[in-house]
Design a binder for this molecule. Sequence first.
Ligand SMILES: Cc1ncc(COP(=O)(O)O)c(C=O)c1O
Length: 428
Amino acid sequence: MAGHLPRAPGFGMLAAMQDLRWPTYAVRDLVLDGAAPGRDPDGRGSVYVADAEGNEYLDGVGGIGCLPLGHAHPKWVAAIAEQAGKIAVAAATFPTAPQRRFVELLVERSVVPDARVFLANTGTESNEAGIKIALRATKRDVIIGFERAFHGRTLGSIALTATPAYRDPYVSCLGEPDERFARMNVARAVFDDLESVEKLFKQYGERVAAVFVEPIQGEGGIHPASKAFLLGLRGMCNEYGALLGTDEIQCGSGRTGNFDAWTTIVGDDPKDAPDIAWYAKALGGGFPIAACVAKAGIAEHMSKGSHGSTFGGNPLASAAGLATLQIMDDENLLDAAADQLPTLHEIVAERPHRRVTEVRGLGAMLGIEISGEGEPAAPLGDILQDEGLLVTVCKGKTIRLLLPYRADEAILRDAWSRIRRGLDKLHT
Ligand SMILES: Cc1ncc(COP(=O)(O)O)c(C=O)c1O
């Protein structure tokens, strides 16, 4: 429960300070300070975080899916410190040892066969790289995306992101009244509905450069695609000569038990694999690094100067990424991640709650849907914070838990008890 630990002196001043950032975020009344002391006795990263007053919280936000190892995993901290003492940044024209090794591991692990890698810093940047390579390699101009999709906040990415409020007033989509985004045209289909995709292929035919899909929609409310849908997309892209891209930013990097959520849903037959995949969030264990991975025959369309990033793949970030992948292997974290949803199902079945209509997701990507009209779950972010559990709420209906992969039955029971208490206080 929140409120156990003594108040840190002077915290009041920090909380009261004016927030001088752009007012773009729904800011919580909470200043996070670090891993909760004493909550990581075995040195495997803390699933609990403390605020600046010393209250502790079970962290189901994890920087929105960026903390597969939890907070302050000692080996991850040591790897970053060691690299910082050597060389932090080198222009991308100068390869470094940690970057070379990190890229090798990505090529080994990614679902994309015979892959080549572009390194970036954030999710939206890796999505933009996916857009550029798809348009360049095919010389076509339409990308098919999906309702409820989220691919990031830069201009190309928001064109693919479904939420109109994020796109307005910058970009519009084909078929919408005000088509003003000239170079990339997004046509939007219904998620998990092949017929709606086929209709767009028939309409735009050889203009379609690519289909971009999240195998599990995250921001859209934790909706996994079916295997038949993803395989159907593969078949249609083959038929029309379009590329298939999987956005693994939130669901990938091990969160579902395989490196790619695509593999968890579809399997690992290379003939079914996507052509492009992109990763961020959990990839650096909390340090910003992202990657867009494409088949070699596609990557060769990116000539010198056609894309770049000053910080992308810098040695410090690469060292963090390397340590993250190594720790995931050493501690069997992908298997642990895979167990989360089945374990939560068992816990919820033992002690159901009348407000919960569905528990869904895959592995460590968990969604708990709340009954009620409109946006019944909207107040739960704050209510559960008071119960000592940090969550995000998707579309006002679904509690989203993106816990560190190690979160086991005891931690999931702890989370569920707090959620039950919070639900008892929900009057929407
Ligand atoms: C599926 C997906 N794609 C892209 C992004 C954008 O990532 P970033 O915020 O690092 O730019 C996100 C972020 O939530 C995401 O969940």
